[in-house]
Ligand binder design. Structure first.
Ligand code: OGA
Ligand code: MN
Length: 276
């Protein structure tokens, strides 16, 4: 197994490995690399839906997304699908998966199934590095805060996605809800401090005036999206990405109108988050 940096501060590319055929030693090595980097890219994988499921089950336990359609074959595999004639995509803004749950998802394993000829990259951000580089003033301001995370504004009645042509592909309107989490968490495996707010699901700091918290959140978001903390992954057939939702953000570029794209996602369960 070979590990190379994907960008300056975001992601590693793992080569000389087939996820469908991992030895126990390779799996243990992968766990260590995942804990350190939180964002793994793989190329040229021979990885059927069955292999996807088996790898996920070996790595952890699976949680099923409440809103996306699953494949017919496996209820554990969510389809991240955009049809040729559809305009809105899934995950088109910076977010982390399932932060609206009391116990948010640990990771997500995304597999390319049908790719557009051009576009459709996924962008990622490293929230542990971004936290480290915050000014001491911002660090102390957010130190003991908690934030409210929700999905109602996206998937609920009159939610953003319900107003688009994505609506017919989504279920779970009645499963919306929210949760609160510390704004700075300790990553359970790496022990690093991580900024745990995201543009997609974080509504506001708990107990704060909405506008005041919006101003600080916007400042934090502008910091995270700087090039030194982000990277863009160009998919090819056989590509797989595996990210840690506790210390990364991602967003899917929607720059391939008129073409279809289909990805398969399995989400892995996490544990309750601990304040730094
Ligand atoms: C997801 C997601 C991004 C993409 O599966 O959680 O946001 O590029 N997907 O499809
Ligand atoms: Mn996502």
């Amino acid at each position: 197994m070979k590990v190379t940096r994907y960008s300056e501060g975001c992601g590693v590319l793992i080569s000389d490995i087939q996820l469908a055929d991992l030895s126990d030693t390779q799996l243990a090595d992968l766990r260590t690399i995942f804990a350190e980097h939180g964002l793994l890219f793989f190329r040229d994988q021979d990885f059927s839906p069955q292999d996807h499921l088996q790898f996920a089950q070996r790595f952890g336990s699976i949680v099923v997304n409440k809103f996306f359609r699953a494949t017919e074959e496996f209820p554990e595999i969510a389809e991240v699908r955009k049809e040729k004639d559809q305009h809105t995509n899934i995950g088109g803004g910076w977010h982390t998966d399932h932060s609206y749950d009391d116990i948010p998802a640990m990771g997500s394993i995304l597999v390319a199934r049908k790719l557009p000829e051009t576009g459709g990259d996924t962008q990622f951000a490293n929230l542990a590095n971004a936290y480290d580089a915050l000014s001491p003033k911002l660090k102390s301001l957010i130190e003991n805060l908690r934030a409210v995370h929700s999905n109602k504004h996206l998937y609920g009645e009159n939610g953003l996605y319900r107003m688009t042509d994505l609506a017919e592909h989504l279920g779970g309107m009645d499963r919306v809800g929210d949760a609160t989490h510390p704004v700075v968490i300790i990553h359970p495996e790496s022990g690093r401090k991580v900024l745990y707010v995201n543009p997609g699901h974080t509504i506001q700091f708990e107990g704060w005036d909405f506008t005041e918290s919006r101003n600080i959140l916007d400042e934090l978001y502008a910091h995270v999206t700087q090039p030194q903390f982000t990277c863009s992954f160009k998919w090819s057939p056989g590509s797989v990405t595996f990210w840690d939702n506790r210390c990364t953000w991602h967003q899917a570029n929607n720059d391939y109108q008129g073409q279809a794209r289909l990805m398969h996602r399995i989400t892995l369960a996490g544990s309750a988050l601990t304040a730094a």
